[in-house]
Structure formats: structure tokens, C-alpha cells
Design a protein around this ligand. Structure first.
Ligand SMILES: C[S@@+](CC[C@H](N)C(=O)[O-])C[C@H]1O[C@@H](n2cnc3c(N)ncnc32)[C@H](O)[C@@H]1O
Length: 228
């Protein structure tokens, strides 16, 4: 059994479902769970509103506790203790996220495009608590150190290159949770920020703006542990 903690709309729960008999996605947000339930196409996945600090399954019953882009939001010690409680012997914990910085490569325009993206991150990081930001900037180092299991490993600086159009990059920015917080604080300002960002990308790329696919480089990190 897999438990996907902070599953959001369930994209990792669904992606991992073929590898498990049963998948449970949990999230504290009812609206996210509603979307996840609507999206489900496979019958071995179920979803439940529940918190990472109180995982609603029995002791020693889970093969993998997974949290994608989510562990930094949890009360870390409580979540880790719960994970160890629910894991079977030889069960694993896998936590992963990406570094809050993004390089963009395209011909000789990489420096200018990356500079815009760097300013985007500067703005987004203003909309997150310092303690959460530290987890991201330290690539989960302190979450990793807090895992109460001996067999563990932290892998950092994993480069991932994704080709994206300008509108996909704007969609990516919109999907970052800090942007959602920005929207909650000031919708108009947040929308204007996105329009300005797109405009700046378009100015740099000129006539190619609509046709081009840019290399977006994201840095991932993963903390793994196994209960023996
Ligand atoms: C950035 S989203 C990631 C969602 C999903 N894992 C993905 O990558 O698409 C973080 C999710 O964690 C959830 N979350 C935050 N704190 C939580 C907690 N204490 N317990 C359960 N879910 C939590 C939020 O509601 C949100 O859906």
C-alpha cells in the first residue's frame, strides 16, 4: 500500500498506482480531495481528507509513504513519527521537492530569460513563511536530519530539463503554491505580475515568442528512508 501525503489533485497518486495494490491519497484541503476524486481513473486509488500529522491507517501497514512538493508544509516531527508508525518493516519514506530557482536556456538569450525567472522567484518567495522557505533553500536538509530512521539518504541538485512554451512557463508559475498565496492576498497585483512577466519574456524573444520551446531547468531533491 502507498500513502500519498499532501496528495493535492492526486497526480502522484495516479502516477504511482500501477506499482501498488492500493493507494490512499490524503490532503487536508477538501477542495483538492474533491478534484482528486473527480480525476481518478483507476480503481485501486482512493482519497480522503486527512492531515499529515494523523495518517488514517493502522500501524505497520504501508509499503511507501510519499510526499511530493508537500513535506515542507507539514509539522515535520509529527509527520515523520506518523510515517514511521504506519510503515511496515522494510517500508520506505520518499519526500521530494524542487529548489526555488529556475534557469531558462535558449540560444544567446539564456541570461536575460533566467534573470526574469530569478525576479519571479524573488517575488514568490515573499509569499511564504521563512521557516518553509528555509526547507526549500536547504533542499530538505533539516527534514532529512529529523527522520528518525537510520537507513536514509538525501539526494540533492538533481537537474531536470523540461521543454516549455511561454504559456506553459506562465502556467508553471501559476501552479506554484506561493503564487496562490499571492493571489489570496491581492488578486489584481498577482494577475498584473503574471501579465508583466509574460510581457518581459515576449520582449526578450521577439518574433519567436509564440513558436519557441525553451529549456526550463529545475533542480530537484529527494529524501529517502527505510524502516528496518
Ligand atoms: C504544493 S501542493 C502539492 C500537491 C501534490 N503532492 C502535487 O505535487 O501535485 C501541497 C499540498 O499539501 C497539502 N497540505 C499542506 N499541509 C498539509 C497537512 N498538514 N496535511 C495534509 N496535507 C497538507 C496542501 O493542501 C496541498 O494540497
Amino acid at each position: 500500500m502507498l500513502v500519498d501525503v499532501g496528495c493535492g489533485t492526486g497526480r502522484y497518486s495516479s502516477a504511482l498506482a500501477p506499482h501498488f495494490k492500493k493507494v490512499l491519497g490524503i490532503d487536508m484541503s477538501e477542495s483538492q480531495i474533491n478534484v482528486a476524486q473527480q480525476n481518478t481513473l483507476v480503481n485501486n486509488v482512493s482519497y480522503m481528507v486527512a492531515s499529515a500529522e494523523k495518517i488514517p491507517v493502522k500501524n505497520d501497514s504501508v509499503d511507501l509513504v510519499h510526499a511530493g512538493l508537500a513535506a515542507h508544509w507539514f509539522t515535520v516531527d509529527k509527520f515523520l513519527n506518523e510515517s514511521v508508525r504506519v510503515l511496515k518493516t522494510n517500508g520506505c519514506l520518499a519526500l521530494h521537492c524542487f529548489y526555488p530557482a529556475t534557469e531558462i536556456e535558449y540560444k544567446d538569450l539564456s541570461r536575460d530569460l533566467s534573470a526574469v525567472m530569478s525576479e519571479v522567484w524573488d517575488t514568490l518567495l515573499q509569499h511564504i513563511q521563512k521557516s518553509i522557505m528555509q526547507h526549500l533553500l536547504r533542499q530538505y536538509q533539516s527534514i532529512y536530519e529529523a527522520i528518525p530512521l537510520k537507513d536514509k539518504e538525501l539526494i540533492t541538485d538533481i537537474p531536470l530539463t523540461i521543454q516549455m512554451s511561454i504559456s506553459e512557463i506562465i502556467g508553471f508559475i501559476q501552479s506554484i503554491c506561493m503564487y496562490e498565496v499571492f493571489m489570496e492576498k491581492d488578486v489584481k497585483k498577482a494577475e498584473q505580475f503574471l501579465i508583466q512577466t509574460e510581457k518581459r519574456f515576449r520582449e526578450i524573444l521577439g518574433e519567436e515568442a509564440d513558436s519557441v520551446r525553451l529549456n526550463v531547468i529545475i533542480k530537484y531533491y529527494c529524501a529517502f528512508a527505510c524502516k528496518h
